[in-house]
Design a protein around this ligand. Structure first.
Ligand SMILES: [Cu+2]
Length: 298
């Protein structure tokens, strides 16, 4: 009873300190210094708050575990230090059931807790739009990106085919020549991720999410971009010599600007299918072997 009351008194200054410290936090600090959070601006996508929440909560829990562990370690070092005149080993303790149960149960609760919250958030983030406003197909290729805007202009696909980062002699990247994916702000976007050759990974840093891209298998990502701006993207799976130059940008723009952009692709003649026929591997499962050309066919 007495220790309970003492604990309650101890909790008050801890709570006050937390409130004062957190109230003075900037957006960047509240989101654990993850990229993309700006004071007074909407989050980058509909998922970023959730990802940041999981990250920051995990850190706070783990920091508490750390403080407890470091505190107990220091306490043991100080209280049980060797005093003047002491010799030999101190009394050795073993089979302390309460302590053993404690350090079995507590980590188990922590691991199950992390698993449960991660599984919950992942299930929500991985739920794909059945009827997206905008459907994008992304093909990764050594070492650039092709973006296909499905049914974007008069029911037809339009596309861009990218090249890898072009560097000046000093090594800086020419941003204008990077492959650029346009997305309309506020739209339900579903992105189909595929590869033309080896395994790559689609990573837009400020989206706080990445996903592998495999030849012969399509992965999906469903998001609502919520803040206009330009966001850096890169391949996040070591994929060969110029992996580091496999960069792109995502431009989140107004619906009008998006419509103008896809129309401009159509005007340039980038219309129609730009799919698997440009992939390197022509012998994937489900593909027929190339037919032998009849003699004299040439
Ligand atoms: Cu790659």
């Amino acid at each position: 009873m007495r220790s309970n009351r003492r604990l309650r008194w101890a909790a008050i200054p801890v709570a006050i300190t937390l409130v004062v410290v957190l109230a003075g936090c900037t957006q960047a600090e509240l989101h654990g210094y993850l990229p993309g959070f700006l004071e007074g601006e909407p989050p980058v996508t509909n998922h970023t708050e959730r990802v940041a929440g999981l990250w920051v909560t995990s850190w706070i829990v783990l920091l508490c575990v750390g403080l407890l562990t470091w505190g107990l370690t220091l306490w043991a070092i100080v209280v049980y230090r060797r005093r003047k005149g002491q010799t030999g080993l101190p009394a050795q303790m073993r089979y302390n059931m309460p302590i053993e149960i404690f350090y079995t149960i507590v980590p188990l609760i922590l691991v199950l807790g992390f698993f449960a919250f991660t599984a919950r958030d992942q299930a929500i983030i991985e739920t794909q739009f059945d009827e997206p406003d905008v459907e994008i197909e992304v093909f990764a290729k050594q070492w650039a990106w092709d973006f296909i805007y499905a049914d974007a202009v008069d029911g037809e696909d339009v596309w861009t085919s990218g090249i890898q980062a072009q560097r000046s002699e000093g090594g800086s990247v020419d941003q204008d020549q990077l492959p650029t994916l346009y997305l309309p702000v506020g739209a339900d976007v579903r992105i189909a991720l595929q590869s033309r050759d080896v395994i790559h990974s689609f990573w837009v840093i400020d989206f706080l999410y990445k996903k592998d891209m495999f030849p012969g298998k399509t992965n999906y990502m469903s998001i609502v971009p919520e803040r206009e701006g330009t966001y850096a993207g890169k391949c996040a799976e070591l994929c060969g010599e110029y992996h580091a130059d496999m960069l792109f940008n995502v431009k989140v723009v107004s619906q009008d600007e998006y419509d103008n952009y896809v129309q401009s692709l159509s005007d340039q003649g980038n219309v129609g299918d730009y799919g698997d026929e440009f992939s390197r591997n022509a012998t994937l499962p489900g593909t027929d072997a190339p037919e032998r050309v009849e003699e004299g066919a040439y």
